[in-house]
Design a protein around this ligand. Structure first.
Ligand code: ADP
Ligand code: ADP
Ligand code: MG
Length: 501
């Protein structure tokens, strides 16, 4: 039954809360946002029509407090809840409670989350549907002796994975049998901490894969669409940092096979809403189901830029019970889009998160570029939340043009006052191997040395100083007028060629 949504409570924070507000406004829908005491000055705390202070304390008392969030929605008359990504987005218990309260959950039915949100159960279902999944053990027996036997059967190396996992947490590679016990303990400990569930599964470790995923979108009328692929192979700690569409590794034939497998899954489970079918592509062209994310994905903007569709709008249309207003043939992949995730972290120190106050965020005027950012000047970045600062996405007619625009935009989007991975991302985008499309999931490890920050040599510093002084003398290095050449008088900017490549 179709019923227009009038007010959405956004059970999330940061950039994704702002992203949902944008589309809601365009659709004439009111929004309610949530924030904690320490987020009072963050933009999402006051960007909606109404906002509610969750107080302070651990996440279970704030963004993960299901009953409290549903009470707020009821009190403020919200007729729908958008869960964003992370937090409660893949908690079927939450989706069910929302539905039971007579509120629309902007996402799939709790039954679908139950089936697909868990890696173990989803693999069993996938096998039934005849889509290949990575060889491994996905059963209930969690005894160590048994798991070791299974690992040997699969053949080392194997990957131990938390069944409830997400964000790369609870994963360990085992190369030698002797490492199995400590790896299992580590994975279980991490899984229990992060997800409150230490069930694991075993998978054959594919040594040179690519991560390719298919964006899917289904309505409540049995229409199942795909919005093509994204390649997200460039990762650190099993977490994506660069995402693009189309994938440089996917031919039209392979694309047809992958998208057909995705539709087989969504139609096979009668899915509704937005989702992502993650696949692992092996070097011989075979691909396997990895997991399904039953929500909007961090990297959805690249799909929006190549298809011209607004994924949040489509989610809302589906939640209202309306039909998706297009046919599969209407959905086209146009040009190329690349996203980078800007993190408050130190790539030169094992990507450890960094904290601090953002003095200033740089703006960019590079064409066809989008910055999805949850912060403004003066905001503090703390350890309470994910260290992702923003996503920067550029579109171009070709992959080369998109990469070039994104690299230019990264020059502008500085987060002054914080240690970020910006220069590291620039080094990725300018690496010849990136341009050659050698984007395997071990990219960061394989090119570790080439991606390292390079200190300028004494000769390079001397040359830069000389060039700088010469420019200054000839008066060509001032900032007046509209000339868009050198933007700064800093000697460091003249050296940036050495620092950034
Ligand atoms: P994506 O493919 O969209 O990056 P991820 O699995 O990396 O998906 O998760 C997206 C975000 O949600 C990350 O910031 C991650 O830390 C967070 N996240 C993922 N799973 C969970 C979970 N079960 N509980 C809390 N946060 C999660
Ligand atoms: P998460 O829920 O944390 O996103 P995934 O199962 O999607 O977990 O895996 C995250 C990443 O880990 C993948 O994108 C891939 O790089 C790597 N990975 C996962 N499974 C395998 C595997 N069996 N072999 C090799 N790499 C894998
Ligand atoms: Mg994943």
């Amino acid at each position: 039954m179709t019923k227009k949504i009038t007010k959405i409570l956004i059970a999330n924070r940061g950039e994704i809360a702002l992203r949902v507000i944008q589309t809601a406004k365009e659709m004439g829908i009111k929004t309610v946002t949530l924030y904690t005491d320490e987020e009072v000055t963050l933009p999402h705390s006051h960007a909606g029509d109404e906002s509610f202070n969750l107080g302070s304390g651990p996440l279970k008392d704030t963004y993960l407090n299901q009953d409290k969030i549903i009470d707020i929605a009821k009190k403020l008359g919200a007729d729908a809840i958008h869960p964003g990504y992370g937090f409660l987005s893949e908690k079927s218990s939450f989706a069910k409670k929302v539905r039971d309260a007579g509120i629309k959950f902007i996402g799939p039915a709790p039954e679908a989350i139950d089936m697909m949100g868990d890696k173990k159960t989803s693999k069993i279902k996938i096998q039934e549907l005849g889509v290949p999944s990575i060889p491994g053990y996905h059963g209930d027996n969690q005894e160590i002796e048994f798991l070791v036997k299974e690992a040997k059967k699969i053949g080392l190396p194997v990957l131990i994975k938390a069944s409830a996992g997400g964000g790369g947490k609870g994963m360990r590679i085992v190369y030698e049998e002797s490492e199995f016990q400590s790896a299992l303990e580590g994975a279980k400990r991490e899984a229990l901490n992060a997800f409150g569930d230490d069930t694991v599964l075993l998978e054959k470790y594919i040594t040179s894969p690519r991560h390719i995923e298919i964006q899917v979108m289904s309505d409540q009328h049995g229409n199942h669409f795909h919005l093509f692929e994204r390649e997200c192979s460039i990762q650190r700690r099993y977490q994506k940092i660069v995402e693009e569409s189309p994938s440089p590794a996917v031919s039209p034939e392979l694309r047809a096979k992958m998208t057909a497998a995705a539709i087989k899954i969504t139609s096979g489970i009668n899915y509704e809403g937005a989702g992502t079918i993650e696949l692992i592509l092996d070097t011989d062209g075979s691909f396997y189901f990895l997991e399904m994310n039953t929500r909007l994905q961090v990297e959805h903007p690249v799909t929006e830029m190549v298809t011209g569709l607004d994924l949040v709008r489509l989610q809302i249309i589906v939640a209202q019970g309306d039909k998706l207003p297009f046919s599969q043939a209407d959905v086209k992949q146009r040009g190329h889009a690349i996203e980078v995730r800007l993190y408050a972290e130190d790539p030169d120190n094992s990507f450890l998160p960094s904290i601090g106050t953002i003095k200033k965020i740089g703006k960019t005027t590079v064409r066809d570029t989008r910055l999805d950012c949850g912060y403004v000047d003066g905001n503090a970045v703390t350890i309470s939340f994910d260290p992702m600062l923003a996503k920067l996405i550029s579109w171009g007619e070709t992959r080369e043009i998109a990469a070039q625009k994104l690299n230019l935009a990264l020059n502008d989007v500085l987060f002054l006052g914080l240690k970020t991975n910006r220069d590291y991302l620039k080094r990725i985008l300018t690496l010849p191997e990136f341009h050659e499309g050698k984007t395997y999931t071990h990219f960061v490890k394989t090119y570790e040395e080439k991606l390292q920050k390079r200190q300028p040599t004494k000769e390079q510093i001397a040359m830069a100083v000389a060039a700088f002084l010469l420019k200054k003398d000839s008066g060509t290095n001032n900032n007046s007028g509209t000339h868009s050449g050198s933007k700064t008088n800093s000697i460091w900017e003249s050296l940036s060629g050495f620092r950034n490549v």
